[in-house]
Design a protein around this ligand. Structure first.
Ligand code: TYD
Length: 215
């Protein structure tokens, strides 16, 4: 009897600047590999060759002159390509997809702080990801001033990108937006205290993955 290939799992990391998402996504991807799982570690904006090109334009601020709706559309175009050419295939091959930022970033940055109406954000989500939803989303939570200080220390004098350069108050609103999403969707989202030392954050993440997804 032939056994069908198991569909992979889809895990996303969300949070504000300097919350340690990328580090934690990397640590989790390594742990899953060591547990014997095939892993596709990826990020947004980007994750596919065409979407990486859009990433450059977005982070350089080339789209901001057209306003937040145009940015939301461009993030969505990039996401559509990433989902269609990389994520879906990986899941079908049974891989565990670990993605640094996904739809919740558009909800928070373009929706809440950019003021793009929720109906439009939902429509873009529907167009780009349809029924594909992460199995688990980690919201790495940290006061905005701590996150910005960490991001600045990491950048060592480099110019902030289009989104890092926003005001502290905007970053606080982004933090709140992620916490609101977690409250709305407790079945998908897990809030992790990102002010803890890196190793403790990683333990919280791993413990939740074991509990929810049993890798
Ligand atoms: P990146 O360099 O990946 O930063 P970070 O380490 O904070 O993830 O830059 C991604 C930036 O793009 C980040 O500031 C958030 C922003 N962004 C949006 O505004 N909307 C989106 O849908 C996504 C995916 C990212």
């Amino acid at each position: 009897m032939q056994r069908g290939i198991e569909i992979g799992r889809f895990i996303t990391f969300e949070g504000g600047e300097g919350s340690g998402k990328s580090t934690q996504a990397g640590i989790l991807a390594n742990r899953l590999s060591r547990a014997g799982r095939a892993v596709f570690a990826t990020r947004e904006p980007g994750g596919s060759p065409a979407a990486e090109e859009i990433r450059e334009a977005l982070l350089a601020g080339e789209i901001s002159q057209f306003g937040p709706l145009a940015e939301a559309v461009m993030f969505a175009v990039a996401r559509g390509d990433h989902v269609d050419t990389a994520i879906k295939e990986s899941l079908q091959e049974g891989k565990w997809v670990v993605c640094d930022r996904f739809v919740d970033s558009t909800r928070a940055y373009q929706g809440v702080t950019g003021g793009v109406p929720r109906g439009l954000i939902n429509a873009l989500e529907q167009l780009t990801v349809g029924a594909l939803s992460p199995d688990v989303t980690f919201i790495l939570d940290l006061p905005a001033d701590e996150g910005l200080a960490r991001a600045q220390a990491r950048a060592e004098g480099a110019e902030p990108d289009r989104f890092e350069g926003q005001e502290l108050m905007t970053h606080e609103r982004i933090r709140r937006a992620f916490l609101d999403i977690a409250e709305e969707e407790p079945g998908r989202c897990i809030v992790v205290d990102a002010s803890q030392p890196e190793a403790m954050v990683a333990e919280d993440v791993w413990e939740a993955v074991l509990r929810r997804l049993n890798p």
